[in-house]
Design a protein around this ligand. Structure first.
Ligand SMILES: [Zn+2]
Length: 386
């Protein structure tokens, strides 16, 4: 009776089978009972494959890149987190201050949902960039350190101790260590990270699509050479989808000229992380106006960087959609600073407010100010800025 009923059900599913052996029939019944489950599993698999194909075919719909501009009070610390959770930190802020900078970096990592920082670039060995490394590695695991090689200021009265402390961290043997040259590509999953400058050398060949004469070379005075670690900064061009992001650490103007004259070797840039915290010995028009960024972020402090001339150079750059600052620059006053909504830490405050960019591969992005809790959307720009 039972068998006959089930056989009828089997036929009802479209099968015309008859079963000479009851055990075979029972196996088919078990299969039939599981059919809805099997169908659901196949459907889920097909949806997953479809989603991955969509990701590959249409990156504009895929997950964004997150960039945190951590406020380290006039130093640098910029955290990139890719859609699949890989991470790159450019510089670690200052030493001292009872873990202030390490805690702010760890908070950004937590906000992005990561438990480890895969790669840390140390642009150069000044306090406000490498000084925070010993505290950073106590707050969050790090995979690989990347730097330009030996310190060029062994007798510098402010960089000696922080360089030694960084070397002690490397000497623990817990970390990978890379010392690249201009033109090298760094092995960071999900991002194309090309070294533009390192240890005083700059990229020699123009990037694909770049190499046009730079009209700003003739009208910009030749700057004096800087003898410190600044011109040895490890600078990178980071490409995500079609978005191009430039960070040259504290590279100074004579190296900007080496890189950008007579021909613009970089082409146009979407997001420019202002060099040297917006200090007047960097960020010449030779660089800034030639790369004509859509957005510039100045990681200045209240009393460090954010020079009036640099803020003016950036604001007058062709094609600029917005300039954001980590702090109101006291030196620059209201006439040179960006409007208040573009400043993370307002006049007279040091609250550790940060800026965050959320970048889609289609070149649209959002800039978020953690003080105002406001986001500004920047639409897709055309044509391609390469
Ligand atoms: Zn600096």
């Amino acid at each position: 009776m039972e068998f006959k009923d089930r056989q009828a059900q089997i036929v009802g599913y479209g099968g015309a089978a008859t079963f000479a052996r009851p055990e075979l029939a029972r196996a088919c019944v078990r299969f039939q009972r599981r059919l809805p489950l099997i169908a659901a599993a196949v459907l889920a698999l097909l949806l997953a494959v479809g989603a991955s194909l969509t990701y590959a075919a249409d990156p504009a719909d895929s997950k964004p890149l997150q960039i945190y501009f951590v406020d380290v009070e006039g130093g640098q610390s910029t955290l990139f987190v890719t859609p699949d959770g890989h991470s790159l930190l450019i510089d670690a802020g200052w030493p001292g201050n009872d873990f202030r900078d390490a805690d702010r970096i760890a908070a950004a990592a937590h906000d992005a949902g990561i438990q480890k920082i895969d790669f840390v670039i140390i642009t150069h060995y000044h306090d406000d960039h490498v000084g925070g490394v010993p505290q950073l590695v106590q707050r969050i695991p790090v995979g690989t350190f990347i730097d330009h090689g030996a310190n060029s200021e062994p007798d510098g009265n402010f960089s000696k101790n922080v360089y030694g402390a960084y070397q002690q961290v490397l000497a623990t043997g817990k970390y990978q260590h890379i010392t690249p040259k201009p033109g090298d590509k760094l092995p960071i999953p999900g991002l194309n990270v090309l070294v533009i400058s390192a240890d005083g050398a700059v990229l020699q060949a123009p990037l694909p699509g770049a190499g046009q004469p730079n009209p700003y070379c003739a009208s910009t005075p030749v700057p004096p050479a800087d003898k410190t670690e600044n011109p040895r900064s490890l600078g990178t061009l980071i490409t995500f989808g079609q978005i191009r992001i430039l960070d040259l650490g504290d590279l100074t103007a004579e190296k900007e000229r080496d890189l950008m004259c007579p021909n613009n070797r970089l082409g146009k840039i979407d997001i420019f992380i202002a060099s040297h915290h917006g200090t007047e010995s960097s960020d010449s028009a030779v660089l800034v106006h030639a790369i004509s960024p859509r957005v510039a972020i100045v990681d200045n402090g209240a009393k460090k960087g954010g020079s009036p001339s640099v803020l003016d150079t950036i604001k007058s750059s062709p094609g600029l959609a917005g300039m954001w600052q980590l702090h109101y620059s006291e030196e620059s006053g209201d006439s040179h600073n960006a409007p208040a909504q573009y400043i993370a830490n307002a006049k007279g405050t040091e609250t550790g407010a940060y800026l965050k960019l959320t970048v889609k591969p289609d070149r649209s992005f959002t800039v978020y100010n953690s003080r105002t809790k406001e986001s500004k959307e920047l639409a897709v720009a055309t044509p391609s800025r390469k």
